[in-house]
Each structure stands twice: as structure tokens, then as C-alpha cells.
Design a protein around this ligand. Structure first.
Ligand SMILES: Nc1ncnc2c1ncn2[C@@H]1O[C@H](COP(=O)(O)OP(=O)(O)OP(=O)(O)O)[C@@H](O)[C@H]1O
Length: 379
């Protein structure tokens, strides 16, 4: 899977940009705040319809402009495709997605068209921070290989929002009708079961792959494992078990005002030699584990879809020591990769196929290609 062209219009600090990336390793370097991450964010929007950062879609529109556009021309095993995301915050529908020029009705239609893996310094939080980051890691990955999973996530969230609204109503008005709860719970249980089953399947593949990767990166025999920890312990009849759990927790849920069991509360438990990493891991072990999780994500995405995902490395080189950096560069050789960094010396230029300098002047970003002969001579 390759991005052949990236086009931006009024996106963040880019008024207008057209880039033709190399099928191999592309490096974007420049000062802090120049607009490097904005480029990766634009690609991420075309892959998953949303930003990888915690940001409102309206922020993607350049200050003072009414609309923005990020579009890519990609080539995959089925041929060439155009994916475009248009932002128009003043209209009722604030964001629209176009596939080959035609507006799609459902976000799920874009899933899997452009598969990507992003690795940024925030991913170090995968090990130590709360479970939401780890669920997001799984959800973003599985959605790209299984459209049904993405649809199940959407359905589950909608039903849960409805159940939560009813629960809060019940808390405020104890005389409100509880009979609706069963209906919401039954509707929630079906997509919840899809989510749990698929997360379990993918985690067992990821765990095996990450265990090997961890040992290769760290050059130790430490055993890194990932295990899916769910409120549902049973392997079969997951829907029935969930309905029972929702029912049993009703009283507590009404008291607390939210749904307390289900895949939205599940976690990925990370262990090293059977010790929970959250409590015991050193900084070096955290970095190796995060890197192993990302490399495994790439491999599983490739194995499950039959196509190489595009890799986005946002400012991670400065976070890794020389050995881990070399390991990362060694593993990405078959993927189209977009690397951003403040200092171009953070990446071995021999491994780079195309290099750009990103700069900003008066709030306007500019991207200039550095000729191959120039950057190779310097190194
Ligand atoms: N909607 C917007 N309109 C105009 N400029 C914006 C908008 N959103 C962000 N910017 C500008 O984009 C720049 C940040 O870009 P980006 O996050 O890509 O930086 P970066 O080069 O990755 O920096 P760092 O190396 O610090 O991570 C800032 O100067 C910010 O003011």
C-alpha cells in the first residue's frame, strides 16, 4: 500500500501543499512547531477519518478559513484510489469523506482503504497509563482489518450512550420506567460480543509477535506478554453472559450514573517475566515494550490484510537510543514510512530515500525537498 500523492488545502498551517512521497523512507525535519506533525495528522485523517491527537476536527481548518481539505492518492493491490477528508465546521455536517470523488454515507466505508500505523512519543503511555490508550491501540488496529469490528464499536457506543442516558434519568427520577433497560442491554450485548471475541483473537497474535520482537530488540530472554483482560471470563455464550452482567450491575450503575461493565472497561495487561509492567518496568523496558507493540501491530496488520500498512513515525527517534533506533529502521525497510524529527541527524541518512525540510514563516508552513545528492554527501 503506497501513498503516491498528498494534497492539503487550508489544513492547519498549510494553505496549499502537494507532496509526492517516495515508496520507501521519507524524512521531514524542521524546527518545533513548523508543521511536521500536521502532515502525519493529515494522512491519519485519510486513513481513519480522525486525528491521532486529542483535537477537535474544527482545529484542522487553518485559522481564518472556512474549510480545509486533506487528500491522498494511494495505490493498493486493487489499484489506485483517492481518499479525501473535507472539513467545513460552519455546515451541519462538519466533516465529509470522499472515496474516488464520491461522498460516503458511513465512516466504515473508508476503513481499510489506507491502512496506517502511527508511533508517537505518547505511545510510551501505552505501558504506564490508563486502559483507554491500550483499548484505542487495539480498536484503531482491528478497525483497519475488520470493518465489522468498526461497525460493532459504533453500535456499541450508541447503545451505551442510550443506556447511560436512561440510567441517569432513573437516578434523577426513581419512578422512571426501567423496562427499557433490558432492551438497551440486549442491543448492546451483540456488538459487545463481537468486540470481545475479535480483541481476544488479535491479542493472542499480537502477544506472540511482540514477545519475539521484544527479545530481538532488547537482546535478552525476558518474556513480554499481552493478555486481554475482560469483565467476561467465559469463552462461549458471551452475549448471554454480558446480558447477565448488565442486569446484575444495574443497581450500582444507576447509583454511579454510567455502565460499569463491558468492553469499554476492558484492558490489555502487559507483563514482563509475569510481572505487571505498569508497576515494575524501567524506562528502558517501557521503550522496548512500546516499540515491540508498534512493530507487532505493523506485522499483524500486514499478515491479516495481505498488504503493508503505511508507517507514520512522529518524533519518536529522539525518544529511542541508538540501538532501538537502528532496530526500528531495520524493521521498516519494506514499509512506506513517514518520519518526522527536529534534528535530521536523529536518522541515519543512508536509510532515507527522500528528505524534506519543513519551516514556517508568519504562520505559514513550507516544505522543501532536499536533493538526494545533497543529503547523502553530507553523511
Ligand atoms: N488551525 C490552525 N491554523 C493555523 N495554524 C495552526 C493550526 N493548528 C495548528 N497550527 C500551527 O501548526 C504548528 C504546529 O504544527 P505541528 O504540530 O505539525 O508542529 P511540529 O513541526 O510537529 O512541531 P514539534 O517538533 O514541536 O512537534 C503551530 O505553529 C500551530 O500554531
Amino acid at each position: 500500500m503506497l501513498i503516491e500523492e498528498l494534497k492539503l488545502k487550508n489544513f492547519r498551517n498549510y494553505s496549499e501543499l502537494t507532496l509526492h512521497p517516495h515508496p520507501g523512507v521519507n524524512l521531514y525535519f524542521g524546527r518545533n512547531g513548523s508543521g511536521k506533525t500536521n502532515l502525519l495528522e493529515a494522512i491519519h485523517y485519510c486513513s481513519l477519518g480522525r486525528s491521532h491527537r486529542i483535537s477537535n476536527d474544527a482545529n484542522a481548518v487553518k485559522n481564518g478559513e472556512a474549510f480545509a481539505l486533506s487528500s491522498v492518492s494511494i495505490r493498493n493491490s486493487l489499484g489506485q484510489r483517492e481518499i479525501a477528508v473535507r472539513f467545513h465546521p460552519d455546515e451541519t455536517q462538519k466533516k465529509s469523506i470522499l472515496l474516488d470523488g464520491k461522498k460516503i454515507a458511513k465512516f466504515s466505508d473508508m476503513m481499510g482503504c489506507l491502512r496506517c500505523v502511527i508511533f508517537s512519543p505518547e505511545d510510551l503511555g501505552l505501558i504506564k497509563e490508563g486502559p483507554s490508550l491500550r483499548r484505542r491501540y487495539l480498536d484503531m488496529m482491528i478497525s483497519q482489518i475488520n470493518r465489522g469490528y468498526f461497525i460493532a464499536l459504533q453500535q456499541y457506543r450508541t447503545c451505551m450512550d442510550q443506556r447511560n442516558a436512561l440510567i441517569r434519568n432513573l437516578r434523577a427520577n426513581s419512578y422512571a420506567d426501567t423496562s427499557m433497560l433490558s432492551a438497551f442491554e440486549e442491543t448492546m450485548a451483540a456488538p459487545a460480543a463481537v468486540i470481545i471475541r475479535e480483541r481476544r483473537r488479535i491479542v493472542s497474535l499480537l502477544s506472540e509477535c511482540a514477545r519475539e520482537t521484544y527479545q530481538r530488540v532488547s537482546d535478552t530472554d525476558e518474556v513480554f506478554r499481552m493478555a486481554y483482560h475482560s469483565s467476561v471470563k467465559e469463552e462461549t455464550e458471551i452475549e448471554e453472559v454480558l446480558c447477565r452482567l448488565f442486569r446484575e450491575n444495574r443497581e450500582d450503575d444507576i447509583r454511579m450514573g454510567f455502565t460499569s461493565v463491558g468492553p469499554h472497561r476492558d484492558d490489555l495487561i502487559l507483563t514482563l517475566n509475569k510481572n505487571q509492567m505498569k508497576q515494575f518496568a524501567s524506562q528502558g523496558q517501557i521503550r522496548t515494550a512500546a516499540l515491540s507493540m508498534k512493530l507487532s501491530q505493523m506485522q499483524i496488520l500486514r499478515d491479516q490484510s495481505g498488504e503493508e500498512p503505511v508507517l507514520l513515525l512522529d518524533d519518536v527517534m529522539s525518544e529511542l537510543d541508538r540501538k532501538r533506533r537502528a532496530c526500528l529502521i531495520g524493521e521498516i525497510s519494506s514499509f512506506q514510512t513517514f518520519i518526522t524529527c527536529a534534528d535530521r541527524d536523529d536518522v541515519d541518512c543512508e536509510k532515507v530515500d527522500k528528505m524534506w525540510m519543513v519551516s514556517a514563516d508568519a504562520g505559514e508552513a513550507k516544505v522543501e525537498e532536499i536533493q538526494n545528492s545533497e543529503f547523502r554527501i553530507q553523511n
